[in-house]
Write a protein that binds this ligand. Sequence first.
Ligand code: GCU
Length: 128
Amino acid sequence: GGVTRYEAENATISQGAVESNHAGYSGTGFVNGDNAAGSYVEWTVNGAAGAATLRIRYANGTTAGRPATITVNGATVAADQPFNGTGAWATWATATVPVTLRSGANTVRITANTAAGNPNLDYLEVVQ
Ligand code: GCU
């Protein structure tokens, strides 16, 4: 199977900014979403019809989780993805989520569940 990486800084951002002040990111930066419930990052990714794995690289320099809802084509695939603390803002971790894609364009959205907002988001990879 192949792995395709989609940088967060190239995605659609609702409430947030691209920043580069914490080392270790891929590409030109990462998305620092606003500390607000409902803030999100949305990617459009290519798929084949069938099972795939999403890999989400993130950092959360706090000790509290930053739970989020992950949707694919508008359907919830993870209602409470925990995005637990990674120890530092420059320490990145990868969360994996099994999904089903359709052929062609698919939208993947990560929306903050709490007022703390999302973790910092580096990229989304599609493994299929
Ligand atoms: C700090 C950190 C940011 C992070 C923010 C947050 O300000 O430098 O990168 O996004 O905390 O709590 O979300």
